[in-house]
Design a protein around this ligand. Structure first.
Ligand SMILES: [Zn+2]
Length: 534
């Protein structure tokens, strides 16, 4: 049975993701196991695909690498990248086979199934999830004309805060003093609750799940979108619990779309405030990511420092995974339609708000040329509360993602970076040596070596965390044998990268077989079974 092909010509809905993962697990049942982490409020399973070679032990006994995608509703092509990696791991080959013997992959192709389905099926404006609120004169997003999409509404108003783009009147730009009319109001398509004749406003309460992680979380009045408390959204709570139940996770990747870039911690601090060894590691691995994806490297803090903002992001994934868990984590921003139209991430970061508004012209020209369907021409509509308006404008999920045609190349790059990142896992090797003495006494020596590219604590931050346990080496004597040493278990602490080594020994009386194991959550388990003592 051939592996399922990934369809790069369309965006995936929940059913298509489920079908793809099911086909993958049916084709490579020995490697892939798919299960739900939770069920969403709209009753969709939040799926994770666990991929490893069980011949070298269960996933829990190996260093774990987590990839999650599509936490933000409109960032649908991140799912392609996650599914592409899952598929790549199922294509037999020397490098991938070796990696699956050492590492357990956990791929969450869509962390936010409900939000993504809403984005794709209605085109409504939603970050992760929106709660509708009944406010006087509040706008509730609805498809009014039955075309299946929540587009935009505009209408002429001498006091309107938008003006037509000087080079293309289909595009709306925010009004400045020098602009000539006609002027417009611009809001999402929807109905007005309690219309009082004034300009309606979008009154949804919008939650951004990438402001929901517990690290440096700040409440709504400090940072909009934060939610009531860390992990207050049910899916986030379930994912947080699931992560805490997987102490083997050493590396994590969050996939997003936005101006393309490889993003590393921190989202809140400057590099000078972080451990300098960790900053070096983040820069080195990040630079490799930049090389493999072709995207520029930023800290989240740098990425969010632009002409119009230098906000810190509180409650961000990279801070939680690095500061609270001590794992080596990154995000990749796969790009957006501005990138596809030829604009660089740097162009966007340094542009003034007016330049950003004007830059829509490149995107609409690209869209027109390629017939891409990211913009719907304005058409008149008689609004029940507002009277005559026009419906049209940008299709949000198309604008928020890179062009579908670029995905094969983008996914090749993200695969290469994630395979490299995962390949850095700490890895334990164990050797034993036996010497025998008079009276049936044996000395068993064990040497445990970390041959991975990362230390067993992964980061210096990890070494500070009590939850990140060091390496434990233990001996189990067989039936009828007597352990003469005081302890069977040695805690040898953390092992440095590449060749970090410790040696321990036990004395045992009697003949038979002993079992020696070395283990550490983030470096996996190594064991030598059946050491014969004669
Ligand atoms: Zn995002």
């Amino acid at each position: 049975m051939p592996l399922p092909d990934l369809d790069f010509a369309r965006f995936y809905d929940h059913a298509a993701i489920t079908d793809f993962l099911t086909a993958l697990a049916e084709t490579r049942p020995e490697l892939v196991c798919v299960h739900p982490i939770t069920s969403t409020p709209e009753a969709r399973p939040l799926l994770v695909a666990e991929i490893t070679d069980p011949a070298t032990g269960p996933a829990a006994d190996k260093p774990g690498y987590l990839v999650h995608a599509n936490i933000h509703a409109h960032e649908l092509t991140t799912t392609h990248s996650a599914l592409h990696l899952a598929r790549t791991l199922c294509v037999p080959g020397e490098a991938v086979d070796a990696l699956l013997r050492k590492v357990a992959f956990y791929v969450i192709p869509r962390l936010n199934p409900d939000g993504a389905e809403q984005a794709l099926k209605t085109n409504a404006s939603v970050r992760s999830r929106s709660y509708e609120r009944e406010e006087p004169n509040g706008l509730v997003q609805r498809d009014l004309d039955g075309d299946g999409q929540v587009l935009w509404m505009r209408w002429l108003d001498p006091d309107g805060d938008h003006a037509p783009h000087p080079d293309d009147p289909r595009l709306m730009i925010r009004r400045e003093p020098e602009d000539q009319g006609p002027f417009y109001r611009l809001v999402p398509e929807g109905e007005v609750r309690g219309a009082d004749g004034r300009t309606p406003w979008l009154s949804d309460r919008r939650i951004d799940w990438n402001r929901q992680w517990p690290a440096f979380w700040q409440p709504e009045h400090v940072q909009g979108g934060a939610g009531d408390f860390p992990f207050s959204e049910p899916e986030m709570h379930a994912v947080g619990r699931w992560v805490m139940d997987h102490p083997n996770l050493f590396g994590m990747m969050g996939l997003h779309t936005g101006g393309n870039g490889v993003l590393r911690p921190s989202a809140t601090r400057d590099d000078s405030e972080l451990d300098s060894g960790d900053v070096t590691l983040l820069r080195e691995v990040g630079a490799k990511g930049a090389e493999l994806t072709g995207f520029p490297l930023f800290s989240v803090r740098q990425y969010c420092t632009s002409y119009s903002s230098d906000a810190k992001l509180w409650g961000h994934f990279t801070d939680w995974s690095y500061e609270h868990l001590g794992v080596l984590s990154f995000e990749i921003e796969l790009g957006n339609l501005y990138n596809s139209a030829g604009q660089s991430t740097e162009d966007a970061r340094t542009a003034t708000p007016r330049q950003r508004d004007l830059a829509q012209i490149d995107v609409i020209r690209w869209n027109d040329e390629h017939g891409y369907g990211a913009f719907v021409d304005w058409r008149p509509f008689d609004h029940p509360q507002l009277g005559p308006v026009e419906l049209g404008g940008w299709v949000r999920y198309r604008l928020a993602n890179p062009a579908l045609g670029e995905l094969p190349k983008i996914c090749e790059g993200t695969d290469a970076f994630m395979l490299h990142h995962a390949g850095l896992a700490p890895h334990l090797e164990l050797r034993t040596d036996v010497a025998s003495f008079d009276g049936g006494v044996h000395r068993v020596r064990a040497e445990v070596v970390n041959t991975g590219a990362l230390p067993t604590q992964v980061t210096n931050q990890g070494a500070k965390l009590r939850s990140v346990r060091g390496v434990r080496v233990s001996l189990e004597p067989g039936e009828g044998m007597e352990l003469l040493s005081r302890v069977a278990v040695h805690d040898v602490g953390h092992l440095a990268k590449v060749c970090g080594k410790r040696e321990v020994e036990w004395f045992v009386r009697g003949g038979g077989e002993v079992r020696v194991t070395a283990g550490c959550a983030r470096a996996g388990v190594a064991e030598v079974d059946g050491v014969r003592l004669l």
